[in-house]
Design a protein around this ligand. Structure first.
Ligand code: ADP
Ligand code: MG
Ligand code: ZN
Length: 469
């Protein structure tokens, strides 16, 4: 039988506010264990939490960017469970009324992944397993999170990957999180079920907890999908449960049987008042949102005439987009700037980190100067690589390294070269005259060779056509 994969995601994103969600402790990855804690975030009896307003603002930003509606009144709830990383034995989260609801994220092919809700909550501490002990670091306890819950709208691991990449990019543009999966600031619970192709009803799902790399997610989905199908084929039932993905074994293993909401004994958090958000506040946040990647891509295509590929590449890193837009601003040559950025400058950014930072040995203005020379036809495109390489290596601007004249051949010289080439290549000339349009390429090549590449190819083509027609 053929089966269909059904996947729903719960994504936790750590917010990059200055302080924790209910106290003034600083946040940030790393740090000496248990040095960024206080009675509130370690849940000492009698300590009172105070909601950090910035967390609500960041949550609303994320919600608006994902086309969600925002509840004017929402509240915090207690989710009770006992685990050493949670000293209070309850997590303060949102259950009944989340901050944001009913949004979506659109994939490249137009598929809409519906977002059921986004709520704010606190992170727990971190367990560190050593050879003979389990240690606990509470620095992460009380770090603000948003949890973004989708409907079960994914049908493949590829869609999940694309969604996460787009989601991460949006969060980066909003500057609400650094979304570093390797540091756990973006992590997912993946819900998987299968159903016979064509069937309407969903199958029983399992939940794979805390997957924190793209490749793990794809492999975890794959292995869980296969496991479920094998069970069904043997006539067995799938048990709803929580699983852990073991990368070494490349297999999932049970963590615990799935608890119901009832097991958490959710109830309203008595120490935190209702969260009230006015329409004016929502409008103000909406007005302050930066241009998001999808809008940028559309603008690059529609207004600047870039290809989908170029737009996608240029918006993949916010700082690259910034550099690129600065160059366009200075030169009014989007197509050329895209070429300079993607074909030439990109070669000098090797790691993801370097691309994130988008720092070059020279300021991008220096490359705008080159683009301007090209757009005024003072310089031919074909020298770009050589010029950029030299500028980067020597860390000097164009004018300090080159004299524009080195790259130029005047029209008279070009014309003489054209005449000589036409005389010496009777066969190609005859071919062209007999309708072999391609022959002109060979002739242009000869002229370029004769001028050591310094002639302008467009001018050469124009001159040849004038001579031969
Ligand atoms: P719970 O309250 O038990 O956590 P939810 O209804 O909130 O359950 O769903 C949690 C996640 O599981 C959501 O991302 C949802 O899309 C996903 N999900 C629900 N049903 C299925 C299913 N049959 N197959 C795959 N994913 C599912
Ligand atoms: Mg859930
Ligand atoms: Zn604290």
């Amino acid at each position: 039988m053929e089966y269909e994969r059904i996947i729903g995601l719960e994504t936790h994103v750590e917010l990059s506010t200055n302080t924790k969600i209910f106290c003034g402790c600083p946040i940030g990855f790393g740090g000496e264990p248990n040095t960024r804690c206080c009675p509130v975030c370690t849940g000492q009896p009698g300590a009172l939490p105070v909601l950090n307003r910035a967390v609500v603002e960041y949550g609303i930003k994320a919600g608006l960017a994902l086309h969600c509606s925002i509840h004017h009144h929402s509240s915090m709830d207690r989710k009770n469970y006992v685990y050493p990383d949670l000293p209070k034995s309850y997590q303060i989260s949102q259950y009944e009324v989340p901050l944001c609801y009913d949004g979506y994220l659109t994939l490249g092919d137009g598929t809409k992944i519906r977002i059921n809700r986004i709520h704010i909550e606190e992170d727990a501490g971190k367990l560190i397993h050593t050879e003979n002990a389990v240690l606990i670091d509470y620095n992460r306890g009380g770090v603000p999170l948003i949890e973004i819950v989708t409907e079960p709208d994914f049908r493949s691991a590829e869609q999940v990957r694309e969604y996460l990449e787009r989601l991460r990019l949006i969060m980066k543009y909003l500057d609400v999180s650094d979304c570093k999966m390797q540091e756990g600031s973006l992590r997912c619970d993946v819900n998987v079920s299968v159903r016979p192709k064509g069937s309407e009803a969903f199958g029983v799902r399992t939940e794979i907890k805390n997957v924190n790399s793209f490749s793990f997610i794809e492999r975890a989905i794959d292995s869980e999908y296969k496991r479920q199908i094998a069970l069904l084929e043997r006539g067995e039932k799938i048990v709803q449960q929580t699983l852990r993905y073991d990368e070494e074994k490349r297999a999932v293993e049970p963590m615990r049987s799935k608890e119901d909401a009832d097991d958490y004994r959710f109830f309203p958090e008595p120490d935190i008042p209702q969260i009230v958000v006015s329409q004016q506040e929502i409008d103000a946040i909406k007005a302050s949102l930066p241009e998001l990647p999808a809008e940028k891509r559309t603008r690059y295509g529609k207004v600047w005439g870039l290809s989908d590929y170029e737009s996608e590449q240029l918006t993949k890193y916010p700082n690259i987009a910034k550099c690129f837009e600065q160059m366009v601003e200075e030169t009014k040559e989007p197509k050329l700037c895209a070429n300079v950025m993607l074909t030439h400058l990109f070669r000098f950014l090797h790691t993801e980190e370097e691309k994130e930072r988008a720092e070059f040995p020279l300021s991008v203005q220096e490359f705008s100067v080159v683009v301007k020379h090209i757009s005024r036809s003072a310089l031919s495109n074909q020298f770009l690589k050589q010029i950029v390489d030299t500028m980067m290596e020597q860390r000097k601007p164009f004018d300090a390294l080159f004299d524009l004249k080195e790259f130029q051949v005047d029209e008279g010289e070009t014309e003489r070269a054209v005449m000589i080439v036409l005389e010496q290549n009777e066969k190609m000339v005859a071919d062209f005259k007999n309708g072999k349009e391609k022959a002109i390429g060979g002739l242009i090549g000869q002229v370029m060779r004769a001028t050591k590449g310094r002639a302008d190819a467009k001018t050469v083509e124009k001159l040849i056509r004038e001579q031969l027609t």
